[in-house]
Design a protein around this ligand. Structure first.
Ligand code: ZN
Length: 98
């Protein structure tokens, strides 16, 4: 089914931006009631989702617990610390690039 049509994960960042610009341009040219808007909007949505995911991944930092558990998922890691009061997050600031 057409879900794979919107698979934009293989595109580079610049190709993604270019595709989004082209789609926005065709959207601007389409009449408000034109059926062509639907797939174009779906594509733009897919690109925006992919872009947001890349930003999130770029920002993600690995956190490590005193027990050795490591995760870049903040919600999961905070949950782990909450459920196990004896555990504490290791201070990794000395490894951070500045
Ligand atoms: Zn732990």
């Amino acid at each position: 089914m057409p879900t794979r049509d919107h698979d934009v994960s293989s595109l580079s960042d610049s190709a993604l931006q270019r595709a989004r610009r082209d789609l926005a341009a065709s959207l601007a040219l389409a009449r408000p009631d034109s059926p062509v808007r639907v797939p174009v909007l779906a594509q733009i949505d897919a690109i925006d989702t992919e872009h947001a995911e890349r930003e999130r991944t770029a920002r993600a930092t690995l956190r490590i617990c005193s027990c050795g558990l490591a995760s870049d998922d903040d919600a999961f890691f905070d949950g782990h610390l909450f459920e196990r009061p004896g555990h504490e997050e290791r201070d990794l600031s000395r490894y951070a690039c500045r």
